[in-house]
Write a protein that binds this ligand. Sequence first.
Ligand SMILES: *[C@@H]1O[C@H](CO)[C@@H](O)[C@H](O)[C@H]1NC(C)=O
Ligand SMILES: *[C@@H]1O[C@H](CO)[C@@H](O)[C@H](O)[C@H]1NC(C)=O
Ligand SMILES: *[C@@H]1O[C@H](CO)[C@@H](O)[C@H](O)[C@H]1NC(C)=O
Ligand SMILES: *[C@@H]1O[C@H](CO)[C@@H](O)[C@H](O)[C@H]1NC(C)=O
Ligand SMILES: *[C@@H]1O[C@H](CO)[C@@H](O)[C@H](O)[C@H]1NC(C)=O
Length: 476
Amino acid sequence: MMMKFYTFTFLICLFSKLQGHCKSDISLGNSLTLTSPLEYTPGFMGKAYIIETESSSTREPGFKAALTMESSDKDDGRYLCSLQIFLGDVRVWSSGHYSKMYVSSKCIIELTKDGDLRLKSSYKHVGWRSGTSGQGVERLEIQSTGNLVLVDAKNLIKWQSFNFPTDVMLSGQRLDVATQLTSFPNDSTLFYSFEVLRDKIALFLNLNKLKYSYWEYKPREKNTTVNFVRLGLKGLDLFDDNSRIIGRIEQPLIRFLALGNRTGNLGLYSYKPEKGKFEATFQAVSDTCDLPVACKPYGICTFSKSCSCIKVVSNGYCSSINGEEAVSVKRLCDHEMVELNGVTTVLRNGTQVRNISKERCEELCKKDCECGAASYSVSEESCVMYGIVMGVKQIERVSGLSYMVKIPKGVRLSDEKSNVRKWVVGLVGGIDGFVILLLISGFAFYFIRKRRKSLLLPPPPPPPPPLSQQPANTDS
Ligand SMILES: *[C@@H]1O[C@H](CO)[C@@H](O)[C@H](O)[C@H]1NC(C)=O
Ligand SMILES: *[C@@H]1O[C@H](CO)[C@@H](O)[C@H](O)[C@H]1NC(C)=O
Ligand SMILES: *[C@@H]1O[C@H](CO)[C@@H](O)[C@H](O)[C@H]1NC(C)=O
Ligand SMILES: *[C@@H]1O[C@H](CO)[C@@H](O)[C@H](O)[C@H]1NC(C)=O
Ligand SMILES: *[C@@H]1O[C@H](CO)[C@@H](O)[C@H](O)[C@H]1NC(C)=O
């Protein structure tokens, strides 16, 4: 069915009473309302630009802040109301990144007389606020870096969007150690994070309490610690405690860095005037198979970049690229381990146990209902256990390295000889009927669904804990 897509765009001048300055400030005591169409419209997107930066170069888009109203992805008759910042067409910040505000018909932005910026669904109902009442706020402004700020009479910043990073980091913005960017694939319990740690920057896959990295970059110089990172003219720079550059991912003319919400890849984007759009000129993970979600859980990313299934425990859902379906964590008790040859996982920091034999490694994972797979290295006598079977990819066979997956007890691999592909012992191939039988015969699994809350107008969203104590991090 064709989705109707509407975009309503206004440039609002009514906020500013100043002579023709409709591009800059919003003053106190004003509000603006967006109203939904009379009938619920799937795919609706209403946008009212409230401020924009004066674009320094006419060839590149500038920043605009907008009040937006979009139909909810659940098509439940409600709309998402948020304050967003756009660079050209790209959304680079949203007040609803962590906590969505749903409204039924109205989306109102207001800068109260005492300086609190609010999103409301009605006269009374506040769904988001800056929390700056009584701090002497005078104006809402957008700086040339894309930082949306509330400033007082002395131009001191009382609130800024740069202190609440979402999934994008802009040129000139800095991210301090222990902060992160996050992105949420739609309709999934898992999410990705890009984190600034003391010893590195890294990408993580997060699922319930599980957290595994799949990419990292360490400072060039040994024995240094990261204090913050900043997107500068030459690329993404890592700084130590003395603000000395200790590492760089070099890539000139980057306007922003973004963590993809589908792939979990990290990209550095610059503007291509000839194409009229932003493009990633650098991607952290360059090979599809190195992404943890290249294939669905229990899928194997092969040399030909397609997905193959570890059928026995697949639940039938690992057949196509890009796991869009909800991912779950299963409890795997009373299972046994099976070794897959010529595969490994791109997940890095599982639970490691050193100085043990392969048999002991197998035993450890087998006994632990939370363990889904383990890899073992003979040379290091190291056993690494994982709670999920994801990011599995085909590699050239290396002796002394093995990857073991848990399967239900009593499954005879030799039965599947006819379907055997050389590189995966007995487990890859079309045996769906067999799988279903297994599932019916009491192979227990649990879906731990932790869907993000979608209540009607949740209380004012407190910023997520790790982000809230961040010091001001603007550099302009
Ligand atoms: C998730 O995204 C895909 C496309 O990327 C879309 O087809 C699907 O409808 C989305 N699911 C939901 C629940 O929005
Ligand atoms: C994923 O990112 C794209 C591009 O920024 C955006 O249009 C889409 O709404 C995002 N999906 C979700 C579920 O956040
Ligand atoms: C590394 O740093 C520690 C603490 O700052 C210092 O004691 C040590 O000498 C340094 N090592 C090298 C090789 O620079
Ligand atoms: C992987 O590393 C991150 C960051 O150091 C940590 O939070 C996470 O718990 C680790 N995962 C496991 C399974 O140890
Ligand atoms: C592992 O064994 C080696 C030598 O056999 C020893 O030096 C090392 O300390 C051991 N490591 C652990 C974690 O037990």
